[in-house]
Design a protein around this ligand. Sequence first.
Ligand SMILES: *Cc1c(COP(=O)(O)O)cnc(C)c1O
Length: 225
Amino acid sequence: MSDIAQNIKHVREQIKKANKDTRLIAVSKTKPVEMLQEAYDAGMRDFGENKVQEILDKYDKLPSDIRWHMIGHLQTNKVKYIADKVYMIHSVDSVKLATEISRRAIQAGRVIPVLIEINIGNEDSKFGIKPDELEDLLRQIADLEGIKISGLMCVAPYTEYAEENRVYFKQMKQLSVDIMQKNIDNVFMNVLSMGMSGDYEVASSEGATYVRVGTGIFGERDYNI
Ligand SMILES: *Cc1c(COP(=O)(O)O)cnc(C)c1O
């Protein structure tokens, strides 16, 4: 078995121990298509990218049944390039962006599932809205056609000790439960995208429906190539 296949197997085993309902997204940013193909051959179908250009570069070179997840900050003027390609957008954090996704999805004749990105650690360096801004944002975008508001996403603070992030994952879960109870039309909270290589087991055990694992599958990234 290749390293990639072995890593996937390991991550899947860990997830299964934590929460069998958690699904795995292989975060393939900066990695060449050959490595994605290896992961595909090992059974992966969900891939996460954080740059529009990278999705475009890889899209035609890989099998068409891959589900591409846009997990990075998305500029409004780039939505048009991926509206017909992405399976889900995890990083909605403004009315403006949601409105543009809606517009482009309608043009593409589809409904795009979107997640609202929450800056759960309240870090200046992170994208996303504050938890107390969520309800207001949802009420402003709930009526948009062409998008389905499916849940929440976060990038938890970097830590060497995964357990330190448990509190944030619990807050994310609670936030989604609280919002669900408000019964806002067209707002669904069945997706919770949280947990990365360093803390995916903890996120999974706290109710993640997707964990996004890059380094743990493909190895360290080299941003200088
Ligand atoms: C890069 C990235 C990941 C994966 O990070 P790893 O630590 O390599 O697993 C997950 N989510 C987002 C939004 C990312 O940008």
